[in-house]
Design a protein around this ligand. Structure first.
Ligand code: FES
Length: 205
C-alpha cells in the first residue's frame, strides 16, 4: 500500500468496513483515490485492488466503464459539453465549436497548461438549461459563446473556486452519518441514518 495518503487510507478502510463484501467498496474507493490525485493513477488502482480484494485489472475494468472515473490524466477542470437532442436543438454543436476554439483543444484533449480537458457528453439531465455544460460535474447553462467565455474567465481567476473545486473532488463535506459499519451492534435509535452511525463517501470533501 504505497500511494494513498495516511488520511485517505484510513477513510478507505472505514469505507470498506460499511459493506458486507469488501469489493462492494470498489467504486467509492475509486472516487476517493480520484479526489486525491484528480484522476486514477496506476498506483492508486493497485491500492484500491488490495483494499477490496480484487485484481488491479478488475479495478481498471470497472473504472474505465464509468464516465466519472478517469484512468488517464485530465486537467484541473473537466469541461463536458452535452450535444444530445435538447442541447443540440439549443445550439450545442455551435457552442462546442466555440469551446474548442476558445480552449485551443479538440474533444478528448487537455490544454497545455493542464487547466482544461474537453469532453463531449450525452444527455447530462440538464435539458431544461440547454445547451448545458458541466465543469467537474457542476452544471452551467444555458450557455452561449459569451457565457462560456465568462465561465472560463471565472474559473481561471479563481472566482468559482469554492463552487467548482479541482477535478476529482465531488463534495467538500465528509459524510459521517447514514451508513453503518459492517458488524456494528444495532442499538436503540441506531437506525441507518441516525447520528452516530458510521459512514464515509469516497471522494467527498
Ligand atoms: S440533452 Fe443536454 S442535458 Fe439533456
Amino acid at each position: 500500500m504505497a500511494h494513498l495518503s495516511e488520511d485517505n487510507l484510513e477513510r478507505a478502510r472505514r469505507l470498506v468496513a460499511v459493506y458486507p463484501e469488501r469489493r462492494s467498496a470498489l467504486i467509492p474507493l475509486c472516487h476517493l483515490a480520484q479526489a486525491q490525485d484528480g484522476w486514477l493513477t496506476e498506483e492508486a488502482m493497485e491500492d484500491v485492488a488490495e483494499l477490496t480484494g480484487v485484481t488491479p485489472a478488475e479495478v481498471r475494468g470497472t473504472a474505465s466503464f464509468y464516465d466519472m472515473l478517469h484512468t488517464e490524466p485530465v486537467g484541473r477542470h473537466v469541461v463536458a459539453v452535452c450535444t444530445n437532442i435538447a442541447c443540440m436543438l439549443g445550439g450545442a454543436y455551435e457552442l462546442l465549436e466555440h469551446v474548442e476554439e476558445r480552449l485551443g483543444v479538440r474533444v478528448g484533449q487537455t490544454t497545455a497548461d493542464g487547466e482544461f480537458t474537453l469532453e463531449e457528453a450525452e444527455c447530462l439531465a440538464g435539458c431544461d438549461t440547454a445547451p448545458c455544460v458541466q465543469v467537474n460535474h457542476r452544471f452551467f447553462g444555458p450557455l452561449d459563446a459569451d457565457g462560456f467565455d465568462r465561465l472560463v474567465e471565472d474559473l481561471a481567476s479563481g472566482a468559482l473556486a469554492h463552487e467548482v473545486p479541482r477535478h476529482g473532488i465531488l463534495c467538500r463535506v465528509e459524510r459521517t452519518v447514514g451508513l453503518r459499519a459492517h458488524g456494528a451492534a444495532a442499538g436503540a435509535g441506531d437506525a441507518p441514518g441516525a447520528p452516530g452511525a458510521h459512514g464515509d463517501d469516497g471522494g467527498v470533501r
